[in-house]
Design a protein around this ligand. Structure first.
Ligand code: PMV
Length: 339
């Protein structure tokens, strides 16, 4: 099954396939997985081996402005810098736009604005592709259902399937080979006191991108076979934690899930290590603070930076230890359509 077959299936009932508008604009928040997506069962369709669970990053995300372009080619800008079509992100973006080019002379002008560092493990591609998917839906006037938008966003970047909503989202792995049952689902539970701290330790580009790192882990790590069992336990624990508002269970589950994911990478060959010395120093500091009684946990994605997880009541204690950290309130914008 190819991406274009998925698009045809989703848009099958749309009679007019041409854009209905000249311009559209949409926002999507970034998201951080509390239970990670690590490993694909289908590389082309970004179908995951396991389900995953995330929390959105409120006003940290991407806004995409999309218009029809009269020139002979597409044009794209990221934070006002023209995107080079031969850069890795440019290639992915162009391949995604090609899926929606209903006639060869149709060209798009895409302007993505994001307020998070690019490629630093802060899910910049997730919110980028999710906001672009929402903008395409508006431009073409498809009026797709939320789970259909999630399927389309997944074709751009796996974790984009979780970036269409504010709050908690579960991405169901699904079983079908066409991925029609693999999409994000908004979880209506709220936890307004939760805070996420973005601890940017290093903004350098990561040594290996998540797509290649995942694949290498799946094919070479002796520990990977333990990952699906860990995920299913952690998904249940997270749901229980949210249900009972048990912060210690939430924090412990998220941190242990991230550490297990990194353990599978450390055991891949060649080894994949996203830890920098400053990452380890920050982890040790968090463990010491926790030992001293502060309810503070972290998670880490495919980059050296940490996301701290804590409650509103501890903001001043956490801020005193990490003064440069930016604090996000994931539930602040809940109720406002992410688009
Ligand atoms: O969607 P991708 O290809 O950027 O992969 C995301 C991988 C992690 O951020 C490490 C985990 C996750 O679930 O977001």
């Amino acid at each position: 099954m190819r991406k274009s077959d998925v698009i045809s299936a989703i848009l099958a009932e749309r009679k007019n396939l041409l854009p209905r508008h000249e311009f559209s604009k949409a926002y999507a928040p970034s998201n951080i997985a509390l239970c990670k997506y690590w490993g694909k069962r289908d590389q082309e369709l970004n179908l995951p081996i396991t389900s995953s669970f995330s929390i959105s990053l409120g006003n940290k995300g991407a806004t995409t402005e999309l218009s029809l372009c009269s020139g002979a080619n597409d044009e794209a800008y990221l934070n006002d810098h023209q995107i080079d079509w031969i850069s890795p992100f440019g290639k992915r973006l162009l391949a995604f736009l090609d899926l929606f080019r209903v006639k060869p002379e149709l060209h798009f002008k895409v302007k993505i604005h994001t307020n998070i560092p690019i490629g630093a493990g802060l899910a910049s591609s997730a919110c980028g592709f999710a906001s672009l998917t929402r903008a395409l839906n508006l431009l073409f006037g498809w009026e797709l259902k939320e789970h259909e938008l999630s399927i389309l966003a997944r074709l751009g970047s796996g974790s984009a399937s979780r970036s269409l909503w504010h709050g908690f989202v579960e991405w169901h792995a699904g079983l079908k080979s066409d991925g029609m049952d693999s999409y994000g689902e908004f979880i209506p539970d709220e936890w307004p006191e939760l805070r996420i701290g973005l601890l940017i330790l290093n903004e350098r580009e990561k040594p290996i991108n998540s797509r290649d790192a995942m694949q290498r882990t799946v094919t070479t790590s002796a520990l990977y076979s333990a990952w699906p069992t860990k995920v299913s336990r952690d998904l249940s624990a997270l749901k229980q934690a949210i249900n009972l508002k048990d912060f210690l269970l939430l924090g412990k589950t998220a941190e242990s899930n991230a550490m297990t994911m990194h353990a599978t990478m450390l055991s891949a060959w060649p080894t994949i290590c996203y830890f920098l010395p400053e990452t380890i120093t920050a982890m040790n500091k968090i463990w010491t603070l926790r030992h001293e009684g502060l309810s503070l946990f972290f998670t880490q994605d495919a980059g050296p930076n940490l996301k701290l997880i804590f409650l509103e009541k501890d903001i001043s204690s956490v801020q005193a230890q990490f003064p440069d950290m930016e604090i996000v309130s994931p539930f602040e914008l809940l109720g406002q359509a992410a688009g």
